[in-house]
Design a protein around this ligand. Structure first.
Ligand SMILES: [Zn+2]
Length: 387
C-alpha cells in the first residue's frame, strides 16, 4: 500500500458539494464530488449528539489539530474516506447550517450567524490527510486495525467492514436505520443502539444461531436479505403473540434461542399473561428476566427465578430446634436420614453439612419464612431437588 501526505486541502474544499442525507444519517459526498464520505463499509454518523459534533467545531475555532484523516484513492481523482468520516461530516453539517454551537455568551450560533473572521477561520483550516492506494483487501485489513481517532469500531461495525457488500448495505438499510418505523416495536425486545448496529447484530445472531461472521461471509454477495428479515420477523411475531404484555425486562433477552427451543409449543396468551402478573407480584421472585423462560418451559425450572433463599438467622434457629429435638430422641437431625435404615439414621450433622429446604416447595405456594423451613443434610437436600 502506498501513502501520500497532503496538507493543503481546506475545510472549504471538502465542503464544496457536501451532501448530508438526513434520512440515512450519513454524510455522502464532498470535495466537489470527488470524495465519497461514507463508503458502504463505514459506520453510520454518530457524532450528531450536540457534544461530539460541537467539539469538532470548537477544536477548529481554537486552532487545535483535528487529527489525521485517511482517504483511499479509488480511481483517478476519486477518493473515499477511510478514517475521519465523523469529523468531516461534523464540519460539513455545521457549514451547511444543520446545527449551532454556543458562543462565549451562551448564544447559539449557526455558521451563517458567525462573524466573518470566524467563518474564514473554519473554512481556511487545512487538514492533514494521508491518501492511501492499495488493493481492496489491503485497505480493509488496514481499516480493521487502525481505529485511529474517536470511538473505536465495535464488534458489528468491524464485521460490517470485513464483509462489506450488497448484503451488508441492504441489512443496514433495514436494521441500522433509525428512521425505520418498526424500530419502536422492536425496541420492546432488543436492547442497544440502532446506529451502533445492535439491532442488526441481534437479527444476525438469531438467524445464524450466533455464527454471525460465518453467516455474513456466506451471504456477502446476496442481493437480498429475505431470509434474515423473515426469520427476524418470525421471532418478533412469536414473542409478541405469546407475551401480550410488554415489560422492560423483556429487552435484550435471547428471544432467538427461546424461539428455536419453544416456538412449536402452544401457549394460551391469557394464561401466560395471568402467570406473568402473578410472578411479577411475587416477592420471592428475584429475577424477573428469568420469568419468561420459566413460563415458556412450562413453569418447572424455578432456578430461573432465583427464588429468595432463607437467611442465616432463620437457618440457625431451625438447625438448633431440629438438633435439640433429634438429640433427645437419639435420631438424626436430618428428618430424612432419621426415617432411613442406614448408619446415618442417628447421625447429628453439623450446620455446615446441611442446607435449608422449603417444606412446601415454593412452586406449590410455600413461603420463604421460618415456618416453612427445614434443614436437610446436603445429600437429601440435593436428592429432593426442585419439586
Ligand atoms: Zn439426610
Amino acid at each position: 500500500m502506498i501513502t501520500t501526505l497532503v496538507t493543503d486541502i481546506t475545510v472549504e474544499d471538502i465542503c464544496k458539494g457536501f451532501v448530508y442525507n438526513e434520512y440515512e444519517g450519513k454524510g455522502l459526498f464532498g470535495l466537489s464530488g470527488k470524495l465519497v464520505i461514507q463508503p458502504e463499509y463505514q459506520r453510520n454518523y454518530i457524532y450528531a449528539d450536540g457534544k461530539r459534533d460541537v467539539a469538532v467545531i470548537d477544536s477548529i475555532l481554537k486552532g487545535y489539530p483535528l487529527g489525521l484523516i485517511y482517504f483511499t484513492k479509488v480511481a483517478e481523482d476519486k477518493y473515499e474516506v477511510l478514517d475521519g468520516q465523523q469529523r468531516i461530516t461534523s464540519f460539513g453539517r455545521y457549514v451547511t447550517g444543520k446545527f449551532a454551537i454556543n458562543d462565549q455568551n451562551g448564544i447559539p450560533r449557526y455558521f451563517s450567524g458567525l462573524a466573518k473572521d470566524m467563518q474564514d477561520k473554519i473554512m481556511q483550516t487545512t487538514l492533514t490527510i494521508y491518501i492511501c492506494e492499495g488493493t481492496e483487501s489491503e485497505i480493509k485489513e488496514w481499516f480493521k486495525t487502525i481505529n485511529i481517532a474517536g470511538i473505536p469500531l465495535n464488534e458489528q461495525e468491524l464485521s460490517n467492514a470485513i464483509h462489506s457488500g450488497p448484503f451488508v448495505t441492504k441489512a443496514k438499510e433495514e436494521f441500522s436505520n433509525s428512521q425505520n418505523a418498526n424500530i419502536q416495536k422492536w425496541s420492546a425486545y432488543i436492547s442497544g443502539s440502532v446506529v451502533r448496529q445492535d439491532y442488526l447484530r441481534t437479527a444476525l445472531s438469531w438467524v445464524s444461531k450466533s455464527e454471525i461472521d460465518d453467516y455474513m461471509s456466506r451471504h456477502r454477495y446476496d442481493d437480498n436479505i429475505n431470509e434474515l428479515k423473515a426469520y427476524f420477523t418470525s421471532v418478533i411475531d412469536w414473542v409478541s403473540s405469546v407475551f401480550t404484555d410488554v415489560e422492560s425486562e423483556m429487552r435484550g433477552l435471547p428471544w432467538g434461542e427461546f424461539y428455536e427451543q419453544y416456538h412449536t409449543n402452544a401457549y394460551d396468551p391469557d394464561e401466560v399473561s395471568a402467570k406473568l402478573k402473578e410472578l411479577y407480584s411475587d416477592d420471592f421472585v428475584h429475577d424477573r428476566k428469568g420469568v419468561y423462560e420459566y413460563i415458556l418451559g412450562g413453569c418447572i425450572d424455578s432456578k430461573l427465578l432465583n427464588i429468595r433463599i432463607f437467611d442465616e438467622r432463620t437457618k440457625k434457629t431451625v438447625y438448633t430446634r431440629q438438633t435439640d429435638e433429634a438429640k433427645s430422641k437419639n435420631i438424626s437431625n436430618c428428618p430424612l436420614c432419621a426415617m432411613g435404615t442406614d448408619n446415618n439414621k442417628n447421625r447429628i450433622w453439623k450446620i455446615t453439612e446441611m442446607d435449608a429446604d422449603h417444606v412446601t416447595a415454593w412452586s406449590r405456594g410455600g413461603a420463604t419464612d421460618i415456618d416453612n423451613c427445614q434443614m436437610l443434610c446436603k445429600t437429601h437436600n440435593r436428592a429432593k431437588g426442585n419439586r
